[in-house]
Design a protein around this ligand. Structure first.
Ligand code: AMP
Length: 389
């Protein structure tokens, strides 16, 4: 399914293309058509599932023809639990509003900073992203009006309730026009969220997305404790001794990607690097050869990892760690498949110890570590992984 097939207008497709999103995520596929129709949605989806774009895109399209309101009359309100999320969500709206054929303005307001600039900035705002407390303060000063509000979104509703915002949320709901579209997103469907849902949503469409963590259970994850000098021999050893035929290797820099691919090639393993410095043509043929099985090892950087459109890979190797845990999950997520789980292998140096700890903690998944110090990297048998190939 493509973004176009979901019914999105061409001005949004342009902005999506600029973000280098190749295809919709699960929640985008399910939520966008329903939101475009003006229906209420209950979305149970973890962070990282692409839920912000899942609501921002159809909401922007639904605003066409409605944005010329009186000053200080907003069209859409997004309630969020934290200032960080407020900023992030507003950025997403901004990034998709570049090519809109109508006037549009968004703004984020949150506590912990001076209220005055926010009050003054509230001019011709269409989408307001707000934390509940600050929103109430602003309404008390008559900074905005809700008569033209058509959509309310609660993002990370469970977190908002956990932080004790229930009272403020109820006060905000009471200020809004009765007739409106409501979208509620939450990572969990706790009893507290259900209470809010029953009051707020009318015949909602339920969209439930499995958490990445569940998917992680489907991946055989192994870490190798290794010195930087031994990474190359270890990589060749794993590929050769297990006779792996389709391996995606991630490095953290373009320079390393080239180096790793060259070294493999010199050692008789068919490998190619694709990254932002390669021509579009080279990237395309490299990827096509890899998918068809003609290229044994593809070495890539994170920049391209999101753009690589392969549904399943048997082996993913983190030659170097990515900076963010999100990217880590994204990389290894390439191998998670119920019928035939793949291998995700991570090289960990002394220097990486702290970072891999943080990544594991964030994933809530602990990786089995193997020390390579006494491993003979010239032998062809590898007891840890050979049984899986
Ligand atoms: P969210 O769950 O909204 O916080 O999004 C998580 C991350 O996924 C963000 O960095 C988005 O930019 C990214 N993202 C959202 N939709 C897509 C998509 N269709 N393709 C690739 N990346 C996406």
């Amino acid at each position: 399914m493509s973004f176009k097939e979901l019914g999105l207008a061409s001005y949004l497709l342009n902005s999506i293309a600029k973000q280098a999103y190749k295809k919709p995520t699960q929640i985008q596929e399910q939520a966008i058509p329903v939101i475009l129709q003006g229906k209420d949605v209950l979305g149970i989806a973890p962070t990282g599932s692409g839920k912000t774009a899942a609501y921002a895109l159809p909401i922007l399209q639904n605003l066409e023809g409605k944005t010329k309101t009186k000053n200080r009359h907003i069209n859409v309100l997004v309630l969020v639990p934290t200032r960080e999320l407020a900023g992030q969500v507003e950025e997403v709206f901004k990034s998709f509003s570049q090519d809109l054929p109508f006037q549009f303005k968004s703004m984020a307001v949150f506590g912990g900073v001076s209220i005055n600039p926010q009050m003054i900035g509230m001019q011709h705002i269409n989408v307001l992203v707000a934390t509940p407390g600050r929103l109430l303060e602003l309404t008390e000063s008559n900074a905005m009006h809700f008569d033209d509000l058509s959509t309310l979104i609660l993002d990370e509703a469970d977190k908002m309730l956990n932080l004790g915002f229930k009272k403020e949320m109820d006060k905000v709901f009471a200020l809004l026009p009765k007739h409106r579209q409501n979208l509620l997103f939450s990572a969990t469907l706790s009893p507290e969220v259900q209470k809010v849902e029953r009051v707020l949503l009318k015949n909602p469409t339920l969209i439930q997305i499995e958490a990445e963590k569940d998917k992680l259970e489907l991946i055989n994850q192994v870490g190798y404790l290794v010195t930087p000098e031994k990474k190359g021999p270890l990589l060749r050893h794993l590929i050769k001794s297990n006779d792996w035929r389709q391996v995606l290797v991630f490095t953290s820099s373009v320079y390393q990607a080239d180096l790793v691919a060259d070294k493999l090639q010199k050692n008789g393993i068919n490998a190619q690097a694709i990254h932002s410095k390669k021509s579009q043509d080279k990237r395309k043929t490299g990827l096509a050869n890899f998918i068809s099985g003609d290229l044994r090892v593809l070495v890539s950087t994170d920049l391209l990892s999101r753009g690589i459109d392969i549904t399943f890979l048997p082996h993913v190797i983190n030659y170097e760690l990515p900076r963010s845990p999100k990217d880590f999950v994204h990389r290894i997520g390439r191998t998670g498949r119920a019928e035939n789980p793949g291998n995700a292998i991570t090289f960990v140096t002394e220097e990486d110890q702290h970072h891999i700890h943080v990544i594991q903690k964030k994933m809530k998944h602990w990786i089995k570590m193997i020390d390579t110090e006494t491993m003979d990297l010239n032998t062809s048998a590898n007891p840890e992984t050979s049984s899986e190939t």
